[in-house]
Design a protein around this ligand. Sequence first.
Ligand SMILES: Nc1ncnc2c1ncn2[C@@H]1O[C@H](COP(=O)(O)OP(=O)(O)OP(=O)(O)O)[C@@H](O)[C@H]1O
Ligand SMILES: [Mg+2]
Length: 257
Amino acid sequence: MAVAPEQRFRSTGESHVSPLVEVDNLTKSFPAAGGATPVLRGISLEVPPGQFLAVVGPSGSGKSTLLYCMSALEAATTGRVRILGRDTGSLGRGAIAKLRRDHLGFVFQSYNLIPSLTARENVALPARLARREISAADVDRALAEVGLAERAGYRPSALSGGQQQRVAIARVLAVRPDLVFADEPTGALDTESGAQVLDLLAGVARAGEGRSVVMVTHDLEAAARADRVLVLRDGVIHRELIHPKADDVFAAVAGAS
Ligand SMILES: Nc1ncnc2c1ncn2[C@@H]1O[C@H](COP(=O)(O)OP(=O)(O)OP(=O)(O)O)[C@@H](O)[C@H]1O
Ligand SMILES: [Mg+2]
């Protein structure tokens, strides 16, 4: 589903597109000796369908924490996170696990593949764990989408880093999640492998199926591939850029350091 530019932002009451994620005045603190340390200090944002959103900012600014809160891997300290219209704060652990399993996909810098399983078995694993049917054709299609049809029988140790990350993305594609969360997905990759991974992530959001991608990255060129870039500083959104050029992202982050 294409999203009109005027519908990309926070809802003002006029938007007719329901956001996939709504974050309202989110704070997150971690307990520490001498009192709680605030990491996120009042974040509000929405992710509409069909958007590739990047989050950048200095190390320690709270990017990963925001991603984990937005994807219900971490609970908010205060404020609200709604995913697909459901208030995650009012869901029990089982319901959150089901929401994640059925609707969310994750890609991390460390590919998190099981070394003893082949690429094909790794891709099929989430569905198997969820006791959901996944056909061999679906698995092979996901591997073909990431250009690894010929390596479906290989174990991770026989694949390059870029290929392993593409298996991790195939694992996400195979379950067709509404939302993909990626934390530094290109962090361990060379430029060319990173570009392939970004193409795949951008493709998820741009397939016209209303699926969105939220990507945390240090790579400002990568961020410039997104539709929208949020610059975090000290746990708040410092800047928001729409379809920025790489130079705009560099300038905004320089201003956030
Ligand atoms: N589980 C935790 N317990 C205590 N403090 C934490 C925890 N997770 C994160 N923090 C702190 O929160 C702050 C933000 O961390 P976060 O990982 O979100 O930053 P980041 O922007 O992703 O940084 P980087 O770019 O280095 O990955 C840091 O000061 C970190 O030490
Ligand atoms: Mg991080």
